[in-house]
Design a protein around this ligand. Sequence first.
Ligand SMILES: [Zn+2]
Length: 377
Amino acid sequence: MDIDLLIKNGHVLDPSNNINGKYDVAISNGKIQSILKPGNLNQSNIKNELDVSGNLVIPGLIDLHVHVFPNRTLLGTLADNVGIKQGVTTVVDAGSTGVKYLNYFMKEVVENNNTRILLWINIASQGLCEGLSELADLKYLEPDKVIEAISNNNLIRGIKVRMSSSVVKGNGIRPLEIAKNLSQKIGVPLMVHIGNYPPYLADILNLLDAGDVVTHAFHGKKGGILNENGYLIPEAEKALKRGVLFDVGHGTSSFSFKTIKRTKELGLNPSTISTDIYNSNLNGPVYNMAITMTKLIAMGYSLEDVVKATTNMPAKVLRMENEIGNLRVGTVADISILTWKHSPIKLKDSMGEEVLVGKYLVPLYTIKSGEVFKCNE
Ligand SMILES: [Zn+2]
């Protein structure tokens, strides 16, 4: 059989399929055709080869929380700059748009980038296009329009609700109740942003079910998942047991080394690792997905854990694990090729805390549906 692309000699790592070793990956028609020990391919017509000796070959990275609507929002950045140019095959815009600007998002963002772009639609119609207090007036919540949008557009994988004081103002927990009702009605998950209270995290968590995602879960602000004594608040423990998911969502001000070190000791680990990247944190503290992954490794997580939390786990959240997020034969040929750069680097969290490590991950190539893109230097 013809092979469109053979990725040779890399170290292939897909923890969700127990693949960890030196393999060649053959791609045809945009799908994974086979994974073989090097040299075991015979009688095939190979159209293109990519030799990645010494590098890491993993399922295409999925960034579950980004902001990529630059024309309409102040914080938005170009999707390809944080996607395929950084080793990330799929980005999920987290609420930059609601129903009101969805058509613009499709035309200006989805159709104009090579990165696979999905969305959490903002429960507020204007999304982040008219300022950052989108839930301060409940008239912007138009559930029927959200239902219609989701049923007509399968790039929308869930609903984003930002539950912090500056966003909801006097409305408290009400926007989340409306969003939860909607999510139950149509069977899509919620991504809930947490930050400064009120509303209180306990009240937020009590409304969430298995498959819902709390982003910025490891922030270092007051009122987070740890109480003043450094223990999980009971609602977080219960939410964890119910299957609520805790996402990193690094961002400018939402990731604390201190918090994650402690939650790790307590057995609450990130289900997914996302960047919450936008134009003002691209040059620090976030930089890109590979640096964010390196930070989690610096916190004591294994490379396997980190790869799983950036590939297979987000694919599950999106209910797309049969298409993306792993290297099973027959799935979409979305692949990220990274390497370790052996050079000391100081990694900084959102609180200004630094850790020094001796190596960090750098993206080399992004392969999306079998097409090769070279990453930024
Ligand atoms: Zn965000």
